[in-house]
Unconditional design. Sequence first.
Lengths: 181, 215
Amino acid sequence: MADPVPAIPSNVHVAASSVLSGSQLFRRFFSERDPAVTIGAQCHLEDIQLALGKRARVTIGDHVYAAGLMILSEHEVQIGRRVIFSFHVVIADSDFHPLDPAQRVLDAIAISPLHTGAKRPEIGSSPVVIEDDVWIGPNVTILKGVTIGAGAFIEPGSLITHNVPPRARVLGNPAQIIGEV
Amino acid sequence: MWHLHPPARSGVEMSLLPDRRVRDDWFDGHVPASVDIDPQAYVESAYSFALCRAERAHAVRIARAAHLYSSTIFDVGTNGEVSVGPFAMLNGARLVCEARIEIGAYAAISWNVVIMDSYRLPCDPARRGALIEQAGAPLHRLVDPALAAQPVRLHDNVWLGFDVCVLPGVTIGEGSVVGARSVVCNDVPAYTLVAGNPARAVRELPRPARNPEAP
């Protein structure tokens, strides 16, 4: 049984030579920017999820490979060229909820099914940038405000909370530099 | 109709049917000829072997009384070899194999575990970039043939918690336990509890007075 082909939003631009798949691809896609998503040539993005908020923008370069990648964005995610994502990588450029407990109560009410019309409190978000030629192992999580330098090698299972210099090899939770490539 | 658990049965039915389909399978596919499944092993679905590209006969061996549940994936390259020991349980692990992965008897492998004996692509970004551009699209299962894989071995009675990653070249000793979400990048001695990312020894575990016997 073939999966239903999801309608591609008009603000998503994909080069003709790229392949995308995923039953949940645009299930939580709310971006109103144009372009909201730009995907370069010769990409193979299998079982990808693009959960984008109203003001989110995602840019992906040429020759990017991913399987089971989940991008959660409220702001901006930039991915360079020849970046490899092993399966089950998560990128989030926002915390999605306030850290402050009192603000979090207001947020819980604002997003509740009561639809009170209350505005959500301000929530911190910061762009994620993954430069060219980065390799990212399985089960890696990349959090907001991080830049991963060109050629870096992210070992499986790492949690990236701080910038990674170009050509660094990192591992751990939180990830630490363990060498160079 | 589908079910979360194997159907109740008396005695042991062979999971592998004569046409190399799996009994009561939700997936429309066959088990490759390179996979040996013991008549007394349980395999939930042929989907576990949909990414198995091993070419050698007996490349993948599933021993007696081992049980593999649905989301366990054997992502095995053309020269890869995997052995799963008797009474081992794989409940949704992913094995990335280009050389050799051995899982001993009585293993308990939880969901979303990754066991890999190869990074498949070179660490050097320039060489990796050249390979990627050369491959073009679709870039499916790109493997550098020059890259040496490092076999992984889990001795008998190893328990891996959920979301654990075991990196290339690692050996885990008999009776050891790896806590959930750990990343194992160094060898683990026998009868040791390790946890963390990267994984570190937490304490020793009691050694049994004698080897466990099959019922």
